[in-house]
Design a protein around this ligand. Structure first.
Ligand code: ADP
Ligand code: MG
Length: 353
């Protein structure tokens, strides 16, 4: 009762919006289930010309995405882009059309940063400002990647502690918030809320195979068939413990870690090739390393060198994330406590002096 009452009061005092309140700007994305625009308020001409909001016009599946965003907003607001409002736009002739509004967080996703040759230095300036204390090189790149990984795991830990699995965790769905100077998660369109049992993936929806853990099909068998009515499938925290569905996101996060360390794996073809190689090694990252290291390009060797810094603590964390069995993967909370992140605080301090 308490939770619903508080949610109700919170909704009462939060500003609500309708269709006519917005002017659409630039299109930011278009998927099978919706179109995303930058938008601004008609009444209050915003300070930024292009608009202070992001608007997603979604199909019937938007209902689930609104639910997830409302829950995140109350339970782990810092993990995701700030959700403003979601409503059903019933006047639409196209049938149910849901409108979802977020605060515009910034112009670049992690994907955009990683596509640049400057990565990870282009992120360093965003996170830490212009101050530079170290010469460019492996050590410094490692520290930046460490900072990004900590932010990603922090955001995932928030979601997972709330009982939500994202299931589409990838650089395209990680936005850099210019306000808080941190990376935040976006796109809860494929997320599952296992505490309440809302776990819907439409049949046509395929989890992104480039980032999906090998158990990708296990979860989708639990989906109810009616898209408009999220059904309580009575999944208890006990089941959460048994299946460890959160480890699905950890696998994806591990692949992102790999891509940051190895520039050759950042392209689509590079990642797809890696996935093929890893599968051939029965998802054993250590076996993969052995298979490629002898004939490794200088690019690959540099990546291993980066992960081997500080006694190979980065490589160790990576091998705890990218594992075949979900139960053997480290949790987000566990990863944050891993010694890989120990020295990071010292770095931030030295930057601030
Ligand atoms: P899709 O279902 O099309 O993948 P997303 O929710 O991932 O929808 O949004 C599409 C794109 O819009 C993102 O990749 C990002 O570039 C941009 N975007 C989404 N939310 C925000 C936000 N809050 N602030 C800034 N840009 C955003
Ligand atoms: Mg997306």
């Amino acid at each position: 009762f308490d939770m619903f009452f508080l949610a109700f009061v919170e909704r009462l005092f939060r500003p609500t919006f309708k269709k006519d309140d917005f002017v659409l700007g630039k299109k930011l994305g278009e998927g099978a289930f919706g179109v995303v625009y930058r938008a601004s308020l008609t009444k209050k001409p915003s300070s930024k010309k292009e608009g202070d909001f992001v608007l997603k016009k979604a199909t019937e599946y938007g209902a689930v995405e609104i639910w997830m965003n409302e829950r995140v907003r109350r339970a782990c607001a810092n993990s995701c882009a700030v959700f403003v409002h979601g409503f059903l736009e019933s006047s639409s002739k196209k049938g149910a059309e849901y409108w979802l509004l977020w605060r515009y967080e910034g112009e670049a996703t992690l994907y955009d940063f990683m596509r640049s040759k400057e990565f990870p230095y282009n992120v360093e300036t965003m996170i830490l400002g212009e101050v530079q204390v170290m010469p460019k090189g492996l050590e410094r790149e490692n520290r930046i990647i460490q900072t990004i990984m900590r932010q990603l795991l922090f955001a995932l830990d928030g979601l997972h502690s709330t009982g939500i699995v994202h299931r589409d965790f990838k650089p395209q769905n990680i936005i850099f918030s210019e306000g808080s100077r941190t990376f935040k998660i976006i796109d809860l369109g494929a997320a599952a809320d296992l505490r309440v049992g809302i776990n819907y993936i439409p049949k046509e929806f395929l989890l992104d195979p480039r980032y999906a853990a090998p158990e990708q099909y296990i979860m989708s068998t639990q989906t109810p068939s009616a898209p408009s009515a999220p059904v309580a499938t009575a999944l208890s925290p006990v089941l959460w413990q048994m299946n460890l569905p959160d480890r699905f996101d950890i696998y994806s996060a591990g692949l992102i870690f790999l891509q940051m360390a190895f520039p050759g794996l950042r392209s689509d073809s590079g990642l797809i090739q890696f996935n093929r190689q890893l599968k051939r090694c029965d998802y054993d990252l250590i076996a993969w390393r052995k298979s490629v290291e002898t004939r490794a390009s200088s690019d690959l060797r540099r990546g291993f060198e980066l992960l081997d810094l500080d006694g190979g603590i980065g490589w160790e964390l990576l091998t705890l994330m990218v594992r075949y069995k979900a139960g053997q993967r480290i949790s987000a909370k566990g990863a944050l406590a891993h010694p890989y992140f120990d020295r990071e605080g010292l770095l931030v301090l030295s930057f601030m002096q």
